[in-house]
Design a binder for this molecule. Structure first.
Ligand SMILES: Nc1ncnc2c1ncn2[C@@H]1O[C@H](COP(=O)(O)OP(=O)(O)OP(=O)(O)O)[C@@H](O)[C@H]1O
Length: 232
């Protein structure tokens, strides 16, 4: 479904991602784990088209995405939940969700039912300004906003950030549920060990811009093994 080969990217002339290979099948939930600053967000942004690769190839469903810009991704079924959730705080929950439907559909009363089906709390908060939501609700909104476009793959960058532990569990269960029911592939960047372990089928470990581990589900469930990739 997603195939990344020999990917090199960074900022200016500085290489942060230094030859990454990743392969994910349709419907899989796969995590990228690694310490702070190893390049996880840079990798996600490169796959998403926000950073142009210096070398390598990105394929999604057999189509070459290497040089495609970020704004074509949503129409091609690729959703991105950026680190820090990326919601619009001055807009209402409903307006944020409508943005997920695409700029052309903003004024139409399009179907947001998928968002409400998986995140019912957002229905009761429809008219509330997104900036006044709790951390957990903001995380839910950021995921729901991508979900309304019915993507085939979602890149999720640290959805647990600023979210209470019990709500992180709840969000994890919802991600697993819609991934299974809608056959959505998930590439997850996380530091939150429990979330990684509860929903990932396997994981890649990233260190200094290269893949240093390819962990099976069994290896992921071993706290010491995972911790060795997450701690400094
Ligand atoms: N816009 C930028 N310009 C230059 N360097 C950057 C930029 N964004 C990130 N970097 C650098 O790239 C490196 C990797 O950062 P990145 O955010 O990808 O790491 P990360 O693994 O996602 O970290 P974290 O877990 O803290 O989010 C860091 O050294 C960072 O300082």
């Amino acid at each position: 479904m997603l195939k990344v080969q020999g990917l090199v990217s960074g900022y200016g002339k500085v290489q942060i991602i230094r030859g990454v290979d990743i392969e994910i099948s349709s419907g899989e939930i796969v995590s990228i784990i690694g310490r702070n600053g190893v390049g996880k967000t840079t990798l996600m942004k490169t796959i998403m088209g926000a950073i142009r690769p210096m070398a390598g190839k990105i394929e999604i469903d057999g189509k070459d995405f290497t040089k495609k810009p970020i704004y074509t991704r949503a129409a091609d079924g690729v959703g991105y939940v950026e680190q820090g959730h990326g919601i619009f705080p001055a807009l209402t929950v409903e307006e944020n969700l409508k943005i997920g439907l695409g700029i052309n559909n903003m004024k139409k009363s399009k179907d947001l039912s998928i968002a409400h089906e998986y995140f019912p709390i957002l229905l009761s908060r429809s008219k509330q300004k997104a900036g006044t939501l709790s951390g957990g609700e903001q995380a839910m909104l950021s995921i729901a906003r991508v979900l309304v476009a019915k993507p085939r793959i979602i890149l999720l960058d640290e959805p647990s950030e600023g979210v209470q532990p019990n709500v992180v569990n709840q969000i994890g269960e919802i991600i697993s549920k819609f991934s299974k029911e809608m056959n959505i592939t998930i590439l997850l960047v996380e530091q939150h060990l429990k979330l990684i372990q509860s929903i990932s089928q396997r994981a890649y470990a990233l260190d200094k811009g290269v893949i240093v581990g390819n962990l099976t589900r069994e290896e992921l469930l071993d706290n010491d093994t995972v911790a060795s990739y997450l701690t400094v």
